[in-house]
Design a protein around this ligand. Structure first.
Ligand code: ADP
Ligand code: MG
Length: 244
């Protein structure tokens, strides 16, 4: 008995590892001689398997935070660790590699390539990751089936509804088995029915153990997450468990 418990401990500790660790995070933008501090000292840790919404009014620093967390930009001061890796010292090429290996992005505007079929869009991260063609096809199909689009593999984005296009984007975010899915206003361009669809999909992914960070300015959307972090004037204003 004691042996069993001891054997299981490392796994449990591993499951609680931080995917995101920001410490004293500051971001200063310079426009000519004018400086603006968009993040003014943010401490934030997000563990594996969490579903976190980041909320805040326009101009509060959400996109700045998303760009940092998504390795699209780097901090001016402070530390950012992604899946244990200090990304502060990386150059552009290394950051692109970290993005491809660790992150799955879902954007408000879907960002699908209009000339490619659904499965060809979904396989893209795997091409950058140098996965062989047959495996790419297999994984893209599995990801599309996962989001309920197994019957739309060969449709181009223009032949799909907004909600379906966003589900293709979610499949593309999933296909590389990222440590984190990062969604920036993913329902911002969807009608209420498709919004429910996509949010239900995120709920399922969370239950299946995915780590999700969802950026939104809408409380109804944020309330799907299990933890709600509010940003204001470049600082975390509140960080609460959502009892829902
Ligand atoms: P949000 O996404 O919450 O609306 P942002 O992170 O986009 O907020 O912006 C936070 C603040 O930083 C705003 O005051 C914005 O004007 C400023 N800002 C954002 N990007 C830049 C930039 N590239 N150069 C200068 N100021 C910027
Ligand atoms: Mg923004």
């Amino acid at each position: 008995m004691a042996e069993l418990v001891l054997e299981r401990l490392p796994d449990e500790a591993g499951a609680a590892e931080n995917v995101i660790e920001l410490a004293g995070a500051r971001k200063t933008y310079r426009t000519g001689s004018i400086e603006f501090e968009a993040l003014r000292g943010v401490d934030l840790a997000i563990r594996t398997g969490e579903y976190v919404a980041i909320m805040g009014p326009s101009g509060s620093g959400k996109s700045t935070l998303m760009n940092i967390v998504g390795c699209l930009d780097v901090l001016t001061a402070g530390e950012y660790r992604l899946a244990g890796e200090d990304v502060g010292e990386l150059d552009e090429v290394e950051l692109a590699d970290v993005r491809n290996r660790r992150l799955g992005f879902v954007f408000q505007q879907f960002h699908l390539l209009p000339s490619l079929t659904a499965w060809r869009n979904v396989e893209l991260p795997l091409i950058y990751g140098r996965v062989p063609a047959a495996e790419r096809r297999e994984r893209a199909v599995a990801a599309l089936e996962r989001v309920g689009l197994g019957d739309k593999l060969d449709n181009r984005p223009g032949e799909l509804s907004g909600g379906q296009q966003q589900r293709v984007a979610v499949a593309r975010a999933l296909v590389g088995e990222p440590a984190l899915i990062l969604a920036d206003e993913p329902t911002g361009n969807l009608d209420s029915r498709s919004t429910e669809d996509v949010l239900a999909l995120f709920d399922e992914l969370h239950v299946q153990g995915r780590t999700i960070v969802l950026i939104t300015h809408e409380l109804e959307v944020a309330e799907h997450a299990r933890r709600i972090v509010t940003v204001r004037d470049g600082l975390i204003q509140s960080d609460e468990v959502n009892p829902r």
